[in-house]
Design a protein around this ligand. Structure first.
Ligand SMILES: [Zn+2]
Length: 145
């Protein structure tokens, strides 16, 4: 989560909403990192999780991220939660809860829907205060500007 927070800080410095993510393989090695880059890339799918999963898949040479863990500083949205299921991730670890758009327990629970045949294990609210503080700092600054 510390490495994901580093990524979130990179986004913060770039004026992007500070969310960071990393993907670890089965041995715990980081195989993909990403931060929110929607503004820079003008890409609606430029969320930290998508960027990190794309890099991890490209590093492994397969779309299938079985055995891997996604660590992200904010509870994933519906798109990212859906992508985590599609990637067959084993585990999803997130920091701050997103009451307004979270799809891993808050508004929806996409990854633990019993109708799906793949359901990643979820570990919620890891270093949540640190992850949330970066986001509130960002939005406070933006309101002032
Ligand atoms: Zn997302």
């Amino acid at each position: 989560m510390r490495r994901a927070l580093d990524e979130a800080r990179v986004a913060f410095e770039a004026g992007e909403i500070p969310v960071g993510a990393v993907v670890l393989d089965a041995s715990g090695e980081i195989i993909g990192t990403g931060h929110n880059d929607r503004e820079r890339t003008a890409d609606p799918t430029g969320h930290a999780e998508i960027v990190a999963m794309r890099r991890a898949a490209s590093a492994l040479g397969t779309w299938r991220l079985s055995g891997c863990t996604l660590v992200v500083t904010l509870e994933p949205c519906t798109m990212c939660a859906g992508a985590a299921v599609q990637a067959r991730l084993d585990r999803l670890v997130y920091g701050a809860v997103d009451l307004k758009a979270g799809a891993v327990g808050s508004l929806w629970d996409v990854v633990r829907d019993r109708r799906l045949n793949h359901r990643p294990e979820v570990v919620a609210e890891v270093m949540a205060p640190e992850c949330a503080a970066l986001l509130s700092e960002f939005f406070t600054h933006r309101r002032v500007r």
